[in-house]
Design a protein around this ligand. Structure first.
Ligand SMILES: *Cc1c(COP(=O)(O)O)cnc(C)c1O
Length: 344
C-alpha cells in the first residue's frame, strides 16, 4: 500500500503553523479546567468502550438519538472503519479525483475498487458523476484541499439517486460555513455524516471524531469496531470531548473569529493577485499565476511559516494555507508583500 502523508509537525515552537488546518484558539475553558483537575488514578481502569458520556453530549447537541452516533479516534478512525464496514462489494466506490488523500489509501489497504470522477475546472464536484452504479460514495463537503462547498440540494440529489449503496459525507470543515447533510439522515437510511473535533473544536491532539446516521448503519459500525478494538477512545478524550460540546457559546465565538479572519485574508490575497475558489473552511487553497508555488512554499518554510504543498499534477500550482490568528495571518501577508516586491 501507499500510505497517507500527514502534514509536518515541527518540534520548534516559534513556527507559524498553517499546514494542517488546526485551530489557532485553545479548547473551551471548561475543557482546560477539567483537564487540570483530572484524577490520573482513573487511568488505572479501561475507558467506557461505548464512550457514553461523549455520545450523550453529541446526541443532545445535534438533537439526535444516542444510537445514531458512533465515536472514534479522530474522524480518520471513523472513516477508516466505515470503509471497512460498508465498502465490500465488487462495484467501485466513487469519490472525486481531488479530495482528502486518505480515501484512496483506505481503499487500497482494504482492497476496495474505486473510481475518481474529475472535478470541473472551478474545483466543483459534478453531481452527475455520481448518478451511476457504485459500491459506495464518499464526498468531503466542503471539499479538501480545495475548500469548495457543494450545495445541500446537490447532496440530496445524489442521495435520491443512490438508495442501494452507503453515502459518506465527510463534514470535517462544515462548521466554518458549508451546509450540513444532517437534515437528510432521517430520510436516507444509507447516508452517514462524519465529523471531527480536530478543526472547529480545537482538539486535534485529543483525536475525537464521530459519525451520525441511521441506527442500522451505526450498529454495523459498532459490530466491526467490537471485532477489532473495543477500547478506541481513551478516557480523557471521552470526558474532555463531552465538556467541549457543552460550551456552544465558546464554539460559536471561535468559529466566528476564524471565519472573519478568513474573509479578511481572502480580500488581501486577492489584492495581491492570488486566485482561489470561495473557501467555506478554515483554510484557503490559493495560486498566484506566474509564481512557482513550490519555491514560495520553501521560502515560507525558511521564514518559519509552514503551509501545505502537494507536489502533484494540478495541485502543484497551489498552496493550502490554514487560517490562524489575525497576528499569524498578518505575518504571512507581510511575508508575501515583501516577497512580491522583489524579496524572493
Ligand atoms: C482533517 C480531516 C480529517 C481527519 O480529521 P481527524 O478527526 O483529525 O482524524 C478527515 N477528513 C478531512 C476532509 C479532513 O480535512
Amino acid at each position: 500500500v501507499t500510505p497517507y502523508t500527514p502534514g509536518e509537525q515541527p518540534q520548534r515552537r516559534d513556527i507559524i503553523k498553517l499546514n494542517t488546518n488546526e485551530n489557532p484558539y485553545p479548547p473551551a475553558p471548561g475543557v482546560l479546567a477539567l483537564l487540570k483537575n483530572m484524577d490520573g488514578n482513573l487511568f488505572r481502569k479501561y475507558p467506557d468502550p461505548d464512550a457514553t458520556v461523549l455520545v450523550s453530549a453529541i446526541a443532545e447537541f445535534y438533537g439526535v438519538d444516542k444510537n445514531q452516533i458512533f465515536c472514534g479516534v479522530g474522524s480518520d478512525d471513523v472513516l477508516g472503519m466505515s470503509f471497512l464496514t460498508f465498502f465490500n462489494g465488487s462495484k467501485p466506490v466513487l469519490f472525486p479525483d481531488i479530495t482528502y488523500s486518505f480515501y484512496d489509501v483506505w481503499a487500497g489497504l482494504f482492497g476496495i475498487p474505486f473510481e475518481t470522477p474529475a472535478l470541473d475546472s472551478g474545483f466543483h464536484i459534478r453531481k452527475e458523476d455520481y448518478f451511476r452504479e457504485n459500491g459506495g460514495i464518499v464526498i468531503a463537503n466542503p471539499n479538501a484541499p480545495t475548500g469548495v462547498a457543494m450545495p445541500l440540494s446537490d447532496i440530496r440529489e445524489i442521495a435520491e439517486k443512490n438508495r442501494e449503496s452507503v453515502i459518506i459525507i465527510d463534514e470535517a470543515y462544515v462548521d466554518f460555513g458549508g451546509e450540513t447533510a444532517l437534515p437528510l439522515v432521517s430520510e436516507f437510511k444509507n447516508l452517514l455524516v462524519v465529523r471531527t473535533f480536530s478543526k472547529s473544536r480545537s482538539m486535534a491532539g485529543m483525536r475525537i471524531g464521530f459519525a451520525i446516521g441511521d441506527e442500522n448503519l451505526i450498529s454495523a459500525l459498532k459490530r466491526v469496531k467490537y471485532s477489532y478494538n473495543s477500547y478506541t477512545l481513551n478516557m480523557p478524550s471521552i470526558l474532555l470531548g463531552a465538556e467541549s460540546v457543552k460550551d456552544r457559546k465558546y464554539f460559536e465565538e471561535t468559529v466566528g473569529k476564524i471565519v472573519k479572519t478568513r474573509e479578511r485574508v481572502k480580500h488581501e490575497l486577492r489584492e495581491m493577485g492570488f486566485v482561489f475558489g470561495d473557501s467555506m473552511t478554515n483554510f484557503l487553497f490559493v495560486k498566484k499565476p506566474g509564481t512557482d508555488a513550490g519555491k514560495l512554499f520553501r521560502a515560507l518554510k525558511d521564514a518559519g511559516i509552514y503551509v501545505r504543498y502537494f507536489d502533484k499534477p494540478v495541485l502543484r500550482d497551489y498552496l493550502r494555507i490554514t487560517i490562524g490568528t489575525d497576528e499569524e495571518m498578518n505575518r504571512l501577508l507581510d511575508f508575501f508583500r515583501h516577497a512580491f516586491s522583489g524579496g524572493v
